[in-house]
Write a protein that binds this ligand. Structure first.
Ligand code: PAF
Length: 281
């Protein structure tokens, strides 16, 4: 496994693989790898001959400086894990190489739809940062397939939209959310939780599964508000808890085939997000 920080060098390697007809699968990450990433990597291995993992904590997608600064950075142990996972190459670019003229002067990718609500609303310009960096990674690494986690469901839909609208010849594949034994979705941010908060955190998924079990189209508003109240009662500050159409994130209607329930809540200084998907009954 080779670790590259220079775009030119990893590109040479990728071109060699491509000239042998090998399919390149990318798993983009911000590092601090956990079992959730490992499962995306296993999925990636089944989709092509060469698996690349990128590790870059992208300053452009953090709307709070403090969140960016305290984001866990564990490059050495990440690389050890990637060795055991038999990844073919790792890309760890510097901020200067991705934003050669500075972050502010970089051209930005703005997707006008799907971004107004939820994380787009609570984290202004977050998706602009995500799409811009993902677009850069696509240009540098020219993957055939890219794997994203279902956990960031809104991000997944926005990236698919970007791929369509910017005519990338790339397949986007979604990997399942990996969970701890009590249901908490695996996330690099979970390490910020205190032991007490860690116990409370399980309520997020418990409420999502409860909505799935009790779902009736006529009960959407009451299910949303009782889940919110449950979460607030255990000490979370809920940003959103919404039942939507899984295709366009709009309120469900007669055309809805699949439902997504999306939530984001704060536990102390830590923001957790999660979702659950199910077919319209
Ligand atoms: O989901 C993430 O980890 C990040 O948003 C991504 C896609 C790696 C872009 O920085």
């Amino acid at each position: 496994m080779k670790v590259y920080s220079e775009s030119e060098l990893i590109r040479e390697h990728i071109n060699l693989w491509k000239s042998n007809g090998e399919k390149i699968v990318l798993v983009p990450t911000m590092g601090h790898l956990h079992k959730g990433h490992a499962s995306l990597i296993e999925l990636a291995k089944s989709l092509g001959q060469r698996v690349l993992v990128s590790i870059f904590v992208n300053p452009l997608q953090f709307n709070q400086e403090s969140d960016f600064t305290r984001y866990p950075r564990t490059l050495e142990s990440d690389i050890e894990q990637l060795l055991t996972l038999n990844v073919d190459a790792v890309f760890t670019p510097s901020t200067e190489s991705l934003y050669p003229h500075g972050i502010q002067s970089a051209p930005k990718i703005i997707i006008p739809e799907l971004t107004e609500e939820f994380d787009g609303h609570y984290r202004p310009r977050h998706f602009e940062g995500v799409c811009t960096v993902v677009c850069k990674l696509f240009n540098i690494l020219t993957p055939d397939v890219v794997v994203f986690g279902n956990k960031d469901y809104q991000q997944l839909l926005i990236i698919r939209r970007m791929v369509d609208d910017l005519n990338f010849n790339i397949d986007i594949v979604a990997g399942n959310t990996e969970r701890e034994s009590d249901g908490l979705a695996m996330s690099s941010r979970n390490t910020h939780l205190t032991p007490d908060q860690r116990v409370v955190a399980k309520h997020l998924y418990a409420n999502l599964t409860q909505v799935k079990t009790q779902f009736l189209p006529s009960e959407v508003l009451s299910l949303e508000s009782s889940a919110r109240a449950n979460l607030e009662a255990v000490g979370m500050t809920v940003e959103y808890f919404s039942i939507r159409d899984a295709v366009n994130l709009q309120p469900i209607d007669n055309n809805t085939k699949n439902v997504v329930v999306l939530t984001a809540a704060w536990l102390g200084d830590t923001r957790l997000i999660d979702n659950i998907l199910f077919p319209m009954p």
